[in-house]
Ligand binder design. Structure first.
Ligand SMILES: NC(=O)C1=CN([C@@H]2O[C@H](COP(=O)(O)OP(=O)(O)OC[C@H]3O[C@@H](n4cnc5c(N)ncnc54)[C@H](OP(=O)(O)O)[C@@H]3O)[C@@H](O)[C@H]2O)C=CC1
Ligand SMILES: CCCCCCCCCCCCCCCC(=O)[C@@H](N)CO
Length: 359
């Protein structure tokens, strides 16, 4: 007797039946059930991975807060070049008009319009709501909102003016909540739209000098994740962008007071040009990608910090699964080098203080 016959006779003995083939229907049922379970599991895994339909920028109405300078201006240019109608939002009217002039050089047809609105996005919700209403009356419902208005202050925690913590939260976080709140009802009704939040690499890792800035950028991620879960059934897609240092008036301003440690640590991922950053951000927003990063460091940081954030393509999900352990290993080296920068700067400061005393 072969071992197989031996096994089937043991099972049939145990079940008190005399022929193994009587088990066949049960075995088949089991196999079918297993297939159904596997299929349902696969559907669950695949369903969040289905990519949204890209947004057509030609003829779309795009609102860009912080659109009068730096990254925001370049995002506006990028959308305008693809045929969009643009509303620029910022406080300084002269800068807005200047940006409008620059944008208009890139028109691709004579119907395109650039509207300028002067408002502080962080002051009063009612004000923001009323200017968005004006913009919608003039250029139609908003198809894409880019929340780019923001500012950065870097300093050591104990040297940061206490009111700056509140200020950065107001401008960077609430200044993104208000415009979003003002456009979302119409987007839901139309069952379409894109919301973009411009965070920062400093919204993925906390760094020396960014105790006030980083939290305001981390907050955007929490907002974006929650909002995306609410908005997905309405075909509204949320994107969070995490740019590295980018050559803008905002960065020049920040550099005036930046601690040496922050400077040295930030140099790790270099300085990008705003038009390149804007191209990547606009491409990701059009595709409805939840995550938008720039450069190899940006790619690693995003894979490493993906957590429970939504996935928008099968390749993105697979890449995260495969690379996470490797990137964590690399990250440990980065963290080691940041620690050593901080230690070296501290020793240097103490030495120069001691030398000053001796003189
Ligand atoms: N440059 C960089 O290195 C990086 C920047 N970022 C983020 O990108 C965004 C843009 O940065 P960047 O281009 O450097 O900045 P800029 O300082 O060059 O531009 C900031 C824009 O936001 C507007 N703005 C600022 N505060 C307000 C407000 N309260 N209400 C309305 N508009 C406002 C400004 O106009 P006005 O002053 O007239 O209101 C301006 O148009 C920021 O959110 C920043 O945190 C992220 C990563 C890197
Ligand atoms: C595998 C792990 C890779 C880790 C890479 C780490 C790179 C750290 C560099 C951080 C740079 C922070 C830029 C902040 C820019 C900003 O928002 C302000 N300039 C705004 O003005």
């Amino acid at each position: 007797m072969s071992s197989e016959e031996g096994l089937s006779s043991t099972i049939t003995d145990w079940l008190f039946i005399n022929s193994w083939w009587l088990l066949l229907p049960f075995v088949m049922l089991l196999v079918v059930a297993a297939f159904i379970v596997a299929f349902v599991l696969l559907l669950y895994m695949i369903s969040p991975l289905i990519s949204p339909k890209p947004l057509k920028l030609n003829g779309a109405h795009v609102v860009v807060t912080g659109g009068s300078s730096g990254i925001g201006k370049c995002i506006a240019v990028e959308c305008y070049r693809q045929g969009a109608f643009i509303t620029l939002v910022a406080r300084d009217e002269a800068k807005l008009l200047q940006a409008k002039k620059e944008l208009e050089k890139f028109a691709i047809n004579d119907k395109q319009v650039v509207l300028c609105i002067s408002v502080d996005v962080s002051s009063e919700y009612s004000q923001v709501e009323s200017v968005i209403k004006q913009a919608q009356e003039k250029l139609g419902p908003v198809d894409m909102l880019v929340n780019c208005a923001g500012m950065s202050i870097s300093a050591k925690f104990e040297e940061m003016d206490v009111d700056r913590f509140k200020k950065l939260m107001e401008v960077n976080y609430l200044g993104s909540v208000y415009p979003t709140r003002a456009v979302i009802t119409t987007m839901k009704e139309r069952r379409m739209g894109r919301i973009m939040f411009v965070s920062s690499q400093a919204g993925q890792i906390g760094l020396f000098g960014y105790t006030a800035y980083s939290p305001s950028k981390f907050a955007l991620r929490g907002l974006a994740e929650s909002l995306q879960m609410e908005m997905k059934p309405y075909n509204i897609y949320v994107t969070v962008a995490y740019p590295p240092d980018t050559d803008t008036p905002g960065l020049a301003q920040e550099n005036k007071t930046k601690p040496l440690e922050t400077k040295l640590i930030s140099e790790t991922s270099g300085v990008c040009q705003p038009d390149q950053v804007a191209k990547i951000i606009v491409r990701d927003a059009v595709q409805g990608n939840f995550n938008s990063s720039v450069g190899p460091d940006g790619y690693m940081l995003s894979a490493l910090t993906c957590g429970m954030s939504p996935v928008t393509s099968i390749t993105e999900g697979l890449q995260q699964i495969v690379t996470m352990g490797l990137f964590r290993t690399i990250a440990l080296f980065y963290l080691g080098s940041f620690d050593s920068i901080v230690r070296r700067c501290m020793i240097q400061r103490e030495q120069s203080k001691a030398a000053d005393k001796r003189e």
